[in-house]
Design a protein around this ligand. Structure first.
Ligand SMILES: NC(=O)c1ccc[n+]([C@@H]2O[C@H](COP(=O)([O-])OP(=O)(O)OC[C@H]3O[C@@H](n4cnc5c(N)ncnc54)[C@H](OP(=O)(O)O)[C@@H]3O)[C@@H](O)[C@H]2O)c1
Length: 511
């Protein structure tokens, strides 16, 4: 079982004691007491206060500046404090590989039976090759470690795959973590690869190293205690990806149907490199978001005909038997059905009407990226007269040619009014948090539209939707599209019906 360790980085002993109790209440297995963060640290007085009556096992670390910590004094005093922590019953002490020989000599005769020495090495620039990592493990083991700890830095998410391999092959307990946001999966998927522990904070701002998740997210979003060697990994590939609500939604949905699976964010630079590094059957399916939806078409072995026509894949499923990647697009059904239901709802018409309310209407799409293509294709399929307006006119023209529509520049769109009662769909990121005051089309131009949809769903009501409603249009939120495309993905990932009520509840709670 991988342990959950909360780092304590407060400046005062009193706060650390309070944080220890909070860590226990949150479900941590142990705490890391970072002595180098304490102001006016007095070893004899403070270690007693910290270690007596502690509610959880303690790992004591006194990290020097030269290894990324705060301590600037000499090693003699540092070692004395760490020795004292061991004598007072700390379960673990962490010491750096560079000085491990001296420390091991110092404690050799005194090591209590259940005490464990962690010998650590930190690389704040990069993650070395497999060979270099393996040789580092061997050196740490030879130095006398009970537990090997290696923390490196992710320059690219593919770096984490090397760390996973090294942990799996390590003969002694190992903590192997890759720092920074691109290394997040090294922390989330620790139990799958048998890492000895992972660090999780009590809250934002309480990290001891870059990229640590909160303990609440680990336990409540990622269902950390349920992750094991056989757990299938799914996730969202994007850049940026940290804001995505998909992990909350998919993990809750997996849990509700009892599936042994976890869904994580993948901050990816180059899609092909990522898919190559995580090609094992353990990585079973992916959602794709900005800016990878178009590259995903090229990276899949097979692409569903609709996704191929759209030219964008937002869902990749790995075929378990041969590892082939199959690409789909669930954005298109999600968005179009949300707009159709929005129109039918506003007219009080039943959902199962056979003719689409989009048929024969002018349907203006702003944007020609992944979402724009899906909306334009879907509207065309439903018999609408599609018009594409885009910042880069050339892309609008290409898309219009592809689906048989008309292209406009953004400034032409301001005066575009061939008829009343048109439908407008924004598929650019204009108006998305934090730029909530921006809008893709001035309010004066909105009077021509009977229905306005915005793919942006953070915030739920964008400036475009607010002004469209004030102009008398029926508005459809991007959240509806988000819910429906996610349900489509869940069904492709699992072959099970999506838990619709649960998904609505979660979206309501988190937006
Ligand atoms: N609700 C949902 O479920 C859902 C699903 C998918 C996407 N979305 C949202 O839809 C938006 C687009 O996603 P995508 O995957 O289609 O992205 P994408 O492929 O990168 O395309 C972005 C589009 O937005 C245009 N654009 C970006 N910034 C602009 C600006 N400042 N001014 C004018 N145009 C701008 C781009 O124009 P150029 O061609 O000139 O670069 C391009 O047409 C995002 O906000 C995303 O969150 C929502």
């Amino acid at each position: 079982m991988t342990l959950l360790c909360v780092p304590l980085v407060s400046k005062t002993v009193e706060q650390m004691v309070a944080d220890m109790a909070a860590a226990k209440a949150c479900g941590a297995d142990l705490v890391e007491i970072r002595l180098d963060h304490l102001s006016n640290f007095d070893p004899r007085r403070d270690l007693q206060l910290l270690l007596d009556d502690r509610p959880l096992p303690a790992l004591v670390t006194y990290r020097p500046k030269w290894e990324g910590g705060e301590y600037e004094g000499n090693d003699k005093q540092r070692f004395q404090a760490l020795c004292l922590a061991m004598e007072l019953g700390a379960e673990y002490v962490d010491v750096e590989l560079k000085v491990a020989d001296d420390f091991v000599r110092l404690i050799s005769e005194k090591k209590p039976e259940n005490f464990k020495l962690i010998i650590s090495s930190h690389n704040y620039q990069s993650t070395p090759s497999n060979e270099e990592l393996s040789s580092l493990v061997a050196r740490i083991q030879a130095a006398g470690a009970d537990i090997v700890k290696i923390a490196t830095t992710a320059v690219d998410i593919v770096d984490v795959a090397r760390m996973f391999q090294v942990i799996v092959h390590c003969q002694v307990p190992m903590i192997g973590l890759v720092m920074e946001e691109k290394g997040l999966i090294s922390r989330l998927l620790c139990p799958k690869y048998g890492g000895y522990l992972t660090f999780a904070t009590l809250g934002a701002g309480k990290e001891s190293a870059p990229g640590q998740p909160t303990i609440s997210d680990l336990l409540n979003v990622y269902n950390f205690r349920q992750i094991g060697t056989d757990t299938k990994v799914f996730g969202i590939i994007g850049k940026p990806v940290g804001h995505s609500k998909s992990p909350i939604l998919h993990n809750a949905a997996f849990k509700s149907v009892g599936l042994n699976a976890v869904y994580v964010p993948f901050l990816v630079d180059v899609l092909a490199d990522f898919l190559n590094a995580y090609s094992s059957a353990d990585f079973a399916g992916f959602s794709c978001t900005i800016p990878h939806k178009e590259a995903a078409v090229r990276c899949c072995d097979e692409v569903d005909p609709i996704a191929k026509s759209i030219g964008a894949v937002n869902t990749i499923v790995k075929w378990p038997t041969d590892g082939k990647l199959i690409g789909y697009n669930t954005d298109y059904v999600g968005a179009i059905s949300a707009i159709e239901d929005g129109i039918r709802g506003s007219k009080g018409v039943g959902k199962d009407e056979t003719v689409s309310p989009l048929a024969g209407k002018v349907f203006v799409v702003i944007g020609a990226g992944g979402a724009g293509k899906a909306l334009a294709y879907g509207a065309k399929e439903k018999g609408a007269k599609v018009v594409i307006a885009n910042r880069t006119y050339e892309r609008a023209r290409e898309l219009a040619n592809l689906i048989g529509g008309h292209a406009l520049t953004l400034s032409e769109l301001e005066k575009f009014h061939p008829e009343d009662g048109m439908i407008l769909a924004n598929t650019t990121s204009i108006g998305m948090q934090p730029n909530v005051d921006e809008t893709p089309l001035k309010k004066q131009a909105l009077g021509a539209y009977a229905v306005v949809f915005d793919a942006v769903y953070t915030p739920k009501v964008t400036r475009l939707l607010r002004e469209a409603e004030e102009s008398g249009a029926t508005v459809v939120s991007g959240l509806e599209m988000f819910i429906r495309q996610a349900m489509g993905q869940f069904e492709l990932f699992t072959n099970l019906a999506a838990p619709e009520n649960l998904i609505h509840e979660i979206v309501k709670k988190y937006t």
